[in-house]
Design a protein around this ligand. Structure first.
Ligand SMILES: Cc1ncc(COP(=O)(O)O)c(C=O)c1O
Length: 176
């Protein structure tokens, strides 16, 4: 029974890798949801005093761990400007990336306005600046096509129980 359960998890991981354009399925860590995946990503990648950029549409599952990390590790959290539809202002992002930035935490799509961010352009700016890009794709994996083999993303958190129509308490973290 344990072997069958492990096989089912591996099949799910392989299916996710195929869906997301990930060559090596071991790059996907199954989690209990996007919230856990985001906590793992944020806690695992931010060292004391490092700076992180977020958008105005960031979900509580990003803002709350960042508030704790600001208190515990002196992490500096700053916001990227956006337009009325909550789309990131890429000129402002580029300006802000001129200062040392460890991580950019981007919500791929807003569940309030439906605005979808330009992952390719934002990822390219982050890569050029040497900042890692963490994408909160809770609202998009399973709902929008996403090819990580062609997108400059370092970390991507997703839910199993939204667009993927999976069981409650499922999700994952892709680590490039
Ligand atoms: C943008 C966004 N991020 C993260 C989450 C948290 O997802 P989960 O329920 O998988 O923890 C949600 C849930 O609604 C969300 O809309």
């Amino acid at each position: 029974m344990a072997q069958r359960a492990a096989d089912a998890l591996e099949r799910a991981r392989l299916g996710l890798a195929r869906l997301l354009g990930v060559g090596d399925a071991r790059r996907i860590a199954l989690q209990s949801g996007a919230t856990t995946a985001l906590n793992v990503a944020l806690r695992g990648s931010l060292r004391p005093g490092q700076r992180v950029l977020v958008g105005a549409a960031a979900h509580n599952s990003v803002l709350r761990p960042l508030a704790v990390l600001a208190r515990e590790r002196g992490v500096i959290v700053e916001e990227v400007a956006c337009d009325d539809a909550l789309r990131w202002d890429l000129a402002d992002l580029e300006r802000q990336l001129a200062a040392p930035t460890a991580l950019v935490a981007l919500s791929h799509a807003s569940n309030v306005t439906g605005a979808v961010q330009d992952l390719g352009a934002i990822g390219e700016l982050c890569r050029r600046a040497g900042a890692r890009l963490l994408v909160d794709a809770a609202q998009t994996v399973g709902a929008l096509p996403l090819d990580l083999s062609a997108t400059p993303v370092d970390l991507l958190a997703f839910s199993g129980h939204k667009g993927l129509l999976g069981p409650t308490g499922s999700g994952g973290l892709y680590v490039a």
